[in-house]
Design a protein around this ligand. Structure first.
Ligand code: HEC
Length: 205
């Protein structure tokens, strides 16, 4: 056998690699074709923002101070932690700042990572000016109405959602939760309703 001919085993290995390469290229092309025909973004953005200079500085600090190790905000950070997208629609600047300064006093439940002797205890010890800038940044992340980060669903009904609530929501939910879609818009404005009151959040219990 000439030394420039491939052996049987080599042919099989080469064949396997060639198949994987063809599969990868085909998948990539199909994904790109699918994406180019999609009339909405593949990974929808749920937060809108218009940063003030301090908010912009806060967004840089948010990355520099390691917040993205545990959090996600406007496409920065990890998916494994608490997402802060849209937090500006749920909390005021004051609430966010007080939480960063004094987490255990200002959180609805026991904290897990923020607070003395916890993994994110360094946060409360950062300079006030930095905490304030990051709080401004977070308070400027407004949830886009109708996105999963928005507190209130978009105005108008949805037959699909009505049907889902009818079929899936357990009876006891209907007794102790109110359907905020049925309320006047003015009642929804500004009231920081606890997440458990939202019928569209079945995992919030
Ligand atoms: C070790 C992981 C970790 C790090 C690092 C971390 N956080 Fe958190 N953060 C959490 C967890 C977990 C929560 C939920 C509250 C809790 O259990 O402590 C939270 C909650 C929050 C909240 C309140 C969210 C809400 O809905 O009320 C804010 C605001 C926040 N973090 C900001 C920051 C900022 C700013 C930094 C960086 C300076 C940071 N975090 C660093 C894990 C972390």
């Amino acid at each position: 056998m000439g030394s420039n001919r491939m052996r049987f085993g080599e042919k099989i290995l080469f064949g396997i690699f060639a198949l994987i390469a063809v599969f990868a290229i085909l998948s990539f092309v199909m994904l790109e074709v699918y994406r180019s025909h999609l009339n909405r973004p593949m990974y929808p953005v749920t937060t809108s923002f218009d940063f003030t200079p301090e908010g912009k500085r806060g967004s840089e600090l948010f990355r520099e101070r390691g917040c993205t190790d545990c959090h996600r905000a406007v496409r920065n950070g990890t998916n494994n932690g608490v997402s802060l997208d849209g937090i500006g629609s749920r909390k005021t600047l004051d609430q966010i700042y007080s939480f960063l300064k004094n987490p255990e006093k200002n959180y609805e439940t026991k904290t897990f990572d923020h607070g003395p002797n916890k993994e994110a205890k360094y946060v409360a010890g950062l300079p006030d000016s930095e905490l304030h800038a990051m709080a401004v940044f977070l308070s400027e992340l407004k949830a886009i109405q109708g996105s999963p980060d928005a507190e209130a669903p978009p105005p108008g009904g949805s037959g699909f959602i009505d049907e889902m609530v009818k079929i899936w929501a357990p009876e006891e939910w209907k007794a102790d939760r109110r359907d905020i879609r049925l309320e006047e818009p003015s009642q929804q404005q500004g009231t920081a309703a606890p997440a458990t009151a939202t019928p569209s959040a079945p995992n919030a219990k």
